[in-house]
Design a binder for this molecule. Structure first.
Ligand SMILES: Nc1ncnc2c1ncn2[C@@H]1O[C@H](COP(=O)(O)OP(=O)(O)O)[C@@H](O)[C@H]1O
Ligand SMILES: [Mg+2]
Length: 270
């Protein structure tokens, strides 16, 4: 059975999709079978992995609302060992269409149960809201990984997400854990970014990954070419950030390939 990790934070633009795409791609390069589920109607993970409408035969909407078999919808990406369950704009309507359905919070869990055996990791890229689709993702997930931008007010967003996680734990999914917080878009030239990291370390008791994702122009460019960083420019420092994050996730999940890996903070990377 694959481990299901939801990448969530109800704030937009904090690096969820970027981390989802690149963590998934790096786990694939490290020989794991990986599925990314794009649960944001904006479909940035879908296009960011080079999957465009000419190949898409259906989307997460069809699987959630119409209960279409996900095996008929999932597509391979150009990145090794990485498949995608694409999103589409229809998903905007799903929140409303699911409201009257029985066990509406468990639709994604049911869907994942149909495909879980094929994968080592299933990464869900969540949308920036705490609505029914995100609740479905958290109900289906084993853990939640939270990207937090190195900015003021980022802890406020984290607090709200934690409340939702607590709620889901107490009613829908008691086994849900926090995989950890990933600090994203770090710019070491900004004193504020360092202050935010210190503040988060002081206040938050959840795991904070040692790997920090630096702000890097190539990371911003790669999705427009439909490629994860590791395919776009494997030698770039940004690719190393994501590979280290993937190793840290493997280590935390007792994967033998990461047994000797020692995570290190990389605050001073270029
Ligand atoms: N480390 C980074 N360095 C440079 N640009 C980044 C980085 N992480 C994300 N971005 C860019 O910032 C924007 C928002 O990131 P995204 O991952 O889409 O956030 P979210 O999914 O939380 O809305 C995107 O244009 C993305 O390419
Ligand atoms: Mg996104």
């Amino acid at each position: 059975m694959g481990k299901v990790i939801a990448i969530a934070n109800q704030k937009g633009g904090v690096g969820k999709t970027t981390i989802a795409i690149n963590l998934a791609a790096c786990l694939g390069v490290l020989d794991k079978n990986v599925l990314i589920i794009d649960s944001d109607p904006q479909a940035n993970a879908t296009s960011g992995l080079g999957v465009y409408s000419d190949r898409i035969v259906g989307s997460l909407y069809d699987c959630l609302v119409e209960e279409v078999d996900p095996n008929t919808i999932i597509l391979a990406t150009n990145s090794p060992n990485l498949d995608i369950l694409p999103s589409s704009i229809d998903l905007v309507g799903a929140e409303v269409e699911l409201v009257d359905i029985e066990e509406r919070e468990f639709r994604m869990k049911k869907l994942i149960n149909k495909i879980n055996k094929k994968y080592d990791f299933i990464i869900i890229d969540c949308l920036p809201s705490l609505g029914l689709i995100t609740i479905n993702a958290l109900t289906a997930a084993d853990s939640v990984l939270v990207p937090v931008q190195c900015e003021f007010f980022s802890l406020e967003g984290y607090g709200k997400l934690k409340n939702t996680v607590n709620l889901v734990q107490s009613s829908l999914n008691p086994n849900l854990t926090i995989e950890g917080i990933v600090m994203s878009m770090y710019d070491k030239r900004l004193r504020m970014a360092n202050m935010v990291i210190e503040e988060i370390k002081d206040i938050v008791s959840d795991k904070i990954f040692d790997t920090i994702i630096h702000r890097n122009s190539k990371i911003g460019e790669a999705p427009s070419l439909g490629q994860p960083m590791i395919i776009y420019d494997a030698a770039n420092k940004g690719s190393a950030n994501f590979l280290n994050l993937a190793m840290e996730v493997l280590k935390q999940n007792s994967d033998e390939n990461a047994a000797t890996y020692t995570p290190q903070t990389n605050l001073n990377d270029e």
